[in-house]
Design a protein around this ligand. Structure first.
Ligand SMILES: [Zn+2]
Length: 649
């Protein structure tokens, strides 16, 4: 059987898809962590400076009819003679045209270039400086013709905004003096982030959904030092001021939201400046370090040879202590060579200028460490350059790297970000997915209490072909019991530090997703997954409850989604209301808005589904739910085919 991740993409005409995968970084050494933090603070500071400057160069005029909407937003900046020459060439081009994909109509746009430059005039008398203006946004009223005779025409204000990518390039020209001192890869990052913030700001000013005044974005408080100082000041202010903290009811805090008889409106919340200041955490979320070009971060595989007598724990600590006891307990094959090998994946990040390297003596990494680039970035051996900081990835060779071994992927963008106290590497992969053939079958999947996943295979004609379940094996169950024990200890206030489960759970989720995809591959089926929104527990201390509280369905669904994208499989979702309330015998389903006494199907106290149409009274089994999800998938496939037919005519 062909593993799902090795799907052949030869000769495919599928479209290009983006997939984001996340790799954890193995607890980096203190000096590496400092480098990442310093770089992140630098990025924040640079963005803050850019935003400050952009604010002074931005002119927003509001609409004449309704001053809640933007008429124009223009960014003015100075450029030199050479750049001005290029800009004038762009301005001399004919107006841009765009074809509507649906109707085929060609519309003439109001600008001549994607930067949306509208003018470039001399700014001083000797003609060495020029003032360029880019129109970031242009608002207009659109009239919608009435569909029926008695309807009136409606008018809506539309804002035509510049693309973030293009604005990023404009900012590069406009704030050259601020960007140039930064390392190149970081400069691009700062421009893109500033562009993103500016476009979001304009959209917020325009939107009627955003209440109150929109403030201009600032990232000043991303600096941990500054934030810590303001936190200490806030604590001081709170301690020295003895007036009681002000509380108001929710009804007063958000007027107009709660009816007079709504008890929710009586809830009292703290509304006090001093408290708000304190509640801002002293540890700001650091700005992510983005590398917009694909090869900004290199993925490399390192193979290190160790003396067989070095214990595994010591290898990670970089300690080369050799013990005859450890050596004597190594497998025969390792003992014979006297050497064992450790394979690990690293991310090589161009941030070395932020690192103060510790003395060579503290940086032992084993004997004869050699690196090879990941296949995704070409097979050539990796030459360790001084410009790179090596970060050990915590994923095992077998996991995410199975995906990365595919040769038709490329990295479009990568970023390092901090969350949950650790650092993570996010890769945006571009891949051409195999052309989606019309699936012949649909694999319905339901997550449940008795089995981690139950599945039903249906042909697209709706015929049930096969069904089965992935039961939690003894190993998973014992793991879940351990997790429950920890939660019990936690409740009793016992020390539970050092016990971690998230990683193991994720591994199980990957295994389940892989099995399901292998199944879909085997039967050439699309996937239809039941969306779990609510789980009914079986009773106190029930082992199934353990399974459910420990199990993260959202994560499993996400993993399934990105893996099916890579495998070129269609992935549909069915709501769990539909799967739980459809009669398996006749297909009737009750309207959720109706009271149970009137509904076509309803759930009685024994948890059985009663059907008023055909009179069946029985519990809905996991397989029934999986089959219902598959039927939903079949319907979506038919809809999809209908749309495709309409398009081709
Ligand atoms: Zn029925």
């Amino acid at each position: 059987m062909n593993p799902w991740y090795k799907s052949s993409t030869e000769g495919n005409t599928g479209k290009e898809e983006s997939v984001v995968i996340e790799l954890g970084i193995h607890d980096p050494a203190a000096w590496k962590r400092r480098a990442l933090e310093r770089a992140s603070v630098d990025v924040s500071d640079a963005i803050a400076r850019c935003m400050e400057r952009l604010r002074s160069q931005l002119t927003i005029t509001m609409d004449e009819e309704d001053d809640a909407f933007i008429r124009t937003a223009d960014l003015a900046f100075l450029v030199d003679e050479k750049r001005a020459e290029r800009f004038r060439n762009l301005l001399a081009q004919p107006l841009k045209q765009r074809q509507n994909k649906k109707t085929g109509e060609v519309a003439t746009l109001w600008y001549t270039n994607s930067y949306r430059l509208i003018s470039c005039e001399p700014a001083n008398e000797d003609g060495t400086r020029f003032r360029a203006v880019t129109r970031l946004a242009l608002g207009a009223w659109k009239v919608r013709e009435p569909k029926k005779e008695n309807e009136a025409a409606t008018r809506k204000h539309k804002l035509d905004l510049i693309l973030v990518k293009m604005l990023g390039s404009v900012i590069h020209y406009a704030l050259k003096d601020l960007i140039e001192p930064l390392p190149r890869l970081m400069g691009d990052n700062v421009c893109r982030q500033a562009a993103h913030d500016l476009v979001t700001y304009l959209a917020c000013v325009e939107s009627d959904k955003v209440r109150g005044e929109t403030s201009f974005p600032s990232t000043e408080d991303r600096n941990p030092e500054r934030r810590r100082r303001s936190y200490e000041l806030a604590i001081d202010a709170l301690v020295h001021d003895l007036t009681p903290i002000r509380r108001v009811t929710l009804r007063e805090a958000v007027p107009g939201t709660y009816a007079a008889d709504d008890p929710k409106g009586d809830k009292r919340i703290i509304q006090d400046e001093r408290w708000t200041e304190v509640m801002k955490s002293p540890f700001p979320k650091l700005a992510p370090l983005m590398f917009l070009c694909g090869d900004g971060i290199r993925l490399i595989q390192g193979v290190t040879a160790f003396d067989a007598g070095t214990s595994k724990a010591n290898r990670h600590r970089g300690c080369m202590h050799v013990s005859p006891y450890v050596r004597a307990n190594r497998p025969e094959r390792v003992r014979k060579h006297g050497i064992s090998e450790l394979r690990q994946w690293y991310a090589a990040v161009p941030l070395s200028e932020y690192a103060e390297r510790p003395p060579e003596s503290e940086r032992k990494r084993g004997l004869n460490l050699h690196f090879r680039s990941a296949p995704i970035q070409g097979d050539e051996p990796y030459v360790e350059r001084n410009g790179h900081l090596l970060l050990l990835l915590s994923q095992k060779d077998t996991h995410a790297f199975r995906t990365l071994r595919r040769r038709d992927l490329h990295i479009a963008q990568s970023q390092l970000l901090q969350k949950k106290g650790g650092w993570f590497l996010q890769l945006t992969l571009r891949l051409r997915t195999p052309a989606v053939r019309d699936p012949k079958r649909v694999l319905g999947i339901s997550f449940g209490l008795d089995a981690i996943a139950s599945w039903s295979l249906l042909s697209v004609k709706g015929k049930a072909l096969k069904q089965g379940a992935l039961s939690p094996n003894a190993q998973i169950l014992s793991f879940l019991v351990r997790k429950a024990e920890m939660e019990w200890d936690q409740k009793k206030g016992r020390w539970v530090g050092g016990r971690r489960f998230a990683g193991e759970l994720e591994r199980i989720a990957h295994d389940v997703a892989n099995s399901l995809l292998a199944l879909a591959e085997e039967h050439d089926a699309a996937l239809a997954v039941e969306n779990v929104s609510y789980v009914q527990k079986a009773g106190p201390d029930h082992q199934q409850n353990l399974l459910f509280s420990a199990w993260n369905f959202g994560q499993l669904t996400k993993i399934l989604e990105y893996k099916s994208k890579i495998a070129g499989r269609l992935n549909f979702y069915a709501s769990d209301y539909v799967t739980k309330f459809t009669c398996p015998a006749c297909g009737a389903i009750g309207n959720a808005k109706e009271p149970p006494a009137k509904r076509k199907t309803w759930r009685n106290e024994q948890g059985e589904l009663e059907c008023r149409k055909c009179g069946r009274t029985a519990p809905v089994l996991p397989h029934d739910r999986a089959a219902r999800a598959a039927r939903h998938g079949i319907k979506l496939i038919h809809d999809r085919n209908k749309r495709a037919k309409k398009r081709t005519g």
